[in-house]
Design a protein around this ligand. Sequence first.
Ligand code: PLP
Length: 445
Amino acid sequence: MSKVPDIVTPPPGPRSRALLEERNEYVPPGVYLVQPVSIAESRDAVVKDVDGNVYIDFTSGIGVVSLGHCRQEIVETICEQAGRLIHSCIHVANYEPYLKLARRLTEITPGGFKKRAIMLNSGAEAVENAVKIVRQHTGRPGIISFENSFHGRTYMAMTLTGKWDPYKVGFGPFVPGVYMTPFAYCYRCPFHLEYPGCGLVCVHHIEKSILKTQVPPGEVAAIIAEPVQGEGGFIDPPPDYFKEIKKICDDHGIYLIIDEIQTGFGRTGKMWAIEHYGVEPDLVTMAKAIASGLPLSAVVARDELMKDVYPGSLGGTYGGNPIACATALKVIEIIEREKIVERAASLGRKLRKRLDELKERYEVIGDVRGKGPMLAMEFVKDRGTKEPYPEAASKVLKGALAEGLLTLKAGLYGNCVRLHPPLTIDDELLEKGLTILEDAIKKIR
Ligand SMILES: Cc1ncc(COP(=O)(O)O)c(C=O)c1O
């Protein structure tokens, strides 16, 4: 892929369209699709479709291939492990990659206390297991989650998700014991206040309202939160937000589950996004970037929570597959060796500067936010009324695709364009991608 980007036929080209037809015939529309093209191959921050179009990738497969697509070292690790042991099942017999990874994850997550780790297959499964662990340990059924959150598509993860359409449409009844509270979506404050004058009323709402009107604290096992809401539109709460949440947890014997599935492994310019907030969670869920595209997730939690989990009550046939675990170990090695977290922080500074400039130039951008390189722009019809402008976000995605850039949407109103480039993207491609992005924004009417 020598020329990047390289649009040889307007996307979606004929082969992409044929595959789209096949998809529409055999795959349910419930499996959503952002871009109408079919990918044939990818490398680093570049993706090629089946019609020969070459794109810059600002999606990383939704924040998964943070080290770039098909990195040689990762491919070699996968092949080596596949030649040795593809599957054994951790319930049948031990194997080293699982145990080594469990140890490494307890070492690299926040908190100097003793921890343990369990490996699963997907983000949603990690969330399910975190909830099982706190419920069994505390004997309390309640879980507090946040509006505008996303935790996955299985029943508990979906119940915890704070967005109705499309995730919950027609799927009720949901799992009992879940209570929703507003998140610190400061651009659209649910209490119509401004930080810091608001005094973090959204946090105090938990004690003053949820724990008084919906569920007593003695029946709440955990609060679960994304440190930066991902699908919700890259919403990063104010600096003292999680310290205040943790205080409530500590006052009532409630555990704090931090969902780092989208934010972990350097995505926000720190290894874990919660590090921006100086808080040590009791449990961390992680997935996506953990294994560079192989299906793997994990829950890392305090030893006190993990050591007495009822034998046989956790796990699964595939959780912690040897190839995925060996790959995750390699991912962690590369992150440390190549100082990927520092690189992400520097990428974040460059991106922030450019997106802030775009906001100055284009009225349709109401807000630019996020942490490190995990940044989004929220599109509005009017900066005063903040009326969401989802059509603008769609136009940006379409316009960018036509010129050779893959991007993603997000947000409660579908009006955010979020950037998820590989953290290893080089400056030249980044600049080219940003120019395409600006050109697409320019064309919005
Ligand atoms: C914060 C968060 N939690 C959970 C999930 C669910 O992960 P998965 O799609 O792997 O089940 C996601 C996926 O986007 C996520 O961003």
